[in-house]
Design a protein around this ligand. Structure first.
Ligand code: 4AD
Ligand code: MG
Length: 449
């Protein structure tokens, strides 16, 4: 029996001269009444396959002709080294089996014309047209999207590896919750058996409850924000990598933020160099992000820099996307901004005892205009202080009673951060929009398909 092999291995020269079986989908097809060329793809690559009527006979040749774009087929044949073929190899077809045919009346709707769309400014907007968003379930198998999904997988793996190597325990929190973590304006309400629940904005408060048990914990889970802003970096459902750590200072937490981001960049280079190159990502930039330390800057300095650039921003504003975009355009590596004004941040941020106007927090801003990828810091940890911060904010205690309670029993200094995984993949891949890196993007304008 002929062995089924990966197309990627064939292109890597592992099966030169052998008779092999390939299972895949037709990417392109052309030819005459005597000879057909099919570009076959599987999840590992693609290869040109050639069938001559004279050698394979009429029925197999007819099958090759009928194998339309995106039909699934099994081809047997011999691997030829051929410099002229894309990838350097070609399959000389011997037998053809169509597994999942495509109806000629309903050809695969995503063609080159549909892929090459530009926005109002003439900039390419990969996958961003209404047509492609409506056909997302089919768009997933096009090469750019497939590449993004592989990069994404490597990023998830890198995050797990980083935290596990650093002795963090993976821990899960509920997604139905009773209160906000990051402010009420972006909470999704869910009817819950006659009551109202919310979709979680962050794992953090439930992780803090387990901090005295596990000390170092992390997760990768979806978070939800009823976020109306239509930017290149906002989803309503995004993947959130969060960590929480007992006894840790803002500086120690930042060191892990830097550590995990640099590890993701390094892993993409190690595992996905060809994929990054295939979407024209500058590998030197990714290497720079993997190899260099990330400087730290206080919020006040960032505001002064922005004011010096003529940006309309005043002390006390949280920095939104438009401002971070300007600030990070000229950064050569990610920068941490620390010590935001207390008035710009939620109650759980710990006040800086050296100057109570500030909190001991950080955001990590990615260069090239991408902006915030991490938010974190030290937590308000005494019961008395939490109650005071909630009252200052005018936030009711009730939904947070469990959180307040944990402080009554052996509170300790601690902290953590949340990293937007989709944002990190978007930045490291050089994507033009966050929707490029998640299979089915959820935004204020779309929950389908
Ligand atoms: O800065 P945020 O709101 O911080 C928190 O949720 C903290 N409770 C995390 C913690 O300390 N455990 O969100 C953290 C990160 C952001 O820096 C951003 O990368 C990402 O989550 N994020 C989003 N990503 C995509 N779409 C959105 N709407 C996002 N909102 C936040
Ligand atoms: Mg934030």
């Amino acid at each position: 029996m002929t062995k089924t092999v990966w197309i990627g291995d064939v292109q890597d020269g592992l099966h030169d001269g052998q008779t092999v079986e390939l299972k895949g989908w037709v990417k392109r097809t052309r030819g005459s009444n005597k000879m057909r060329f099919i570009v076959l793809r599987d999840s590992t690559g693609d290869i040109q396959c050639v069938g001559k009527k004279d050698t394979i006979g009429e029925p197999a040749f007819e099958a090759l002709k009928e194998a339309l774009i995106e039909s699934s087929v099994i081809l047997n044949g011999t691997v030829n080294v051929d410099e002229r073929s894309p990838g350097g190899h070609e399959l000389v077809v011997e037998t053809v089996e169509i597994v999942g045919p495509v109806d000629p009346e309903r050809p695969f709707p995503i063609n080159k014309e549909a892929l090459d769309v530009v926005d109002e400014d003439g900039e390419p907007m990969p996958g961003g047209s209404e047509f492609l968003l409506n056909h997302r379930h089919l768009y997933l198998r096009t090469s750019r999207m497939t590449t993004m999904l592989k990069l994404r997988s490597s990023a998830f793996g890198a995050i797990h590896n980083y935290f596990r190597n650093e002795d963090f325990i993976e821990y899960q929190a509920p997604n139905f919750v009773a209160g906000a973590v990051e402010g009420g304006s972006t909470l999704f309400e869910v009817p819950y058996f006659g009551e109202t629940a919310y979709l979680t904005q962050s794992w953090q408060l439930y992780a803090e409850a387990a901090m005295p048990a596990l000390e170092r914990l992390y997760t990768i889970a979806p978070s939800f924000r009823a976020e109306e802003s239509r930017t290149r970096r906002h989803l309503t459902e995004f993947w959130h990598a969060e960590m929480e750590m007992a006894w840790a200072s803002n500086d120690e937490i930042m060191a892990h933020g830097e550590g995990v981001v640099r590890h993701i960049a390094r892993t993409l280079l190690d595992e996905r160099e060809a994929e990054l190159a295939s979407i024209d990502r500058d590998l030197d930039l990714v290497a720079r992000y993997a190899d260099n330390p990330y400087p730290r800057m206080r919020y006040d300095e960032a505001v002064e820099t922005l004011q010096g650039m003529g940006v309309d921003v005043k002390w006390g504003d949280d920095l939104d996307y438009s401002k971070e975009k300007v600030l990070t355009q000229d950064f050569d590596v990610p920068h941490f901004l620390t010590h935001y004004p207390k008035i710009a941040k939620p109650f759980y941020h710990r006040v800086d005892t050296e100057d109570e106007k500030y909190v001991l927090c950080h955001d990590l801003l990615a260069p090239e205009g991408y902006g915030e990828i991490i938010g974190g810091g030290e937590r308000t940890w005494s019961e008395e202080e939490i109650l005071r911060r909630l009252d200052e904010e005018g936030t009711p205690h009730e939904p947070y009673q469990f959180y307040i309670d944990t402080r009554a029993y052996g509170g300790v200094p601690h902290g953590g951060f949340g990293l937007g995984v989709d944002r990190v993949v978007s930045w490291l891949s050089g994507a033009s929009h966050i929707r490029e890196v998640i299979p089915f993007p959820r935004t204020s304008r779309r929950v389908t398909p």
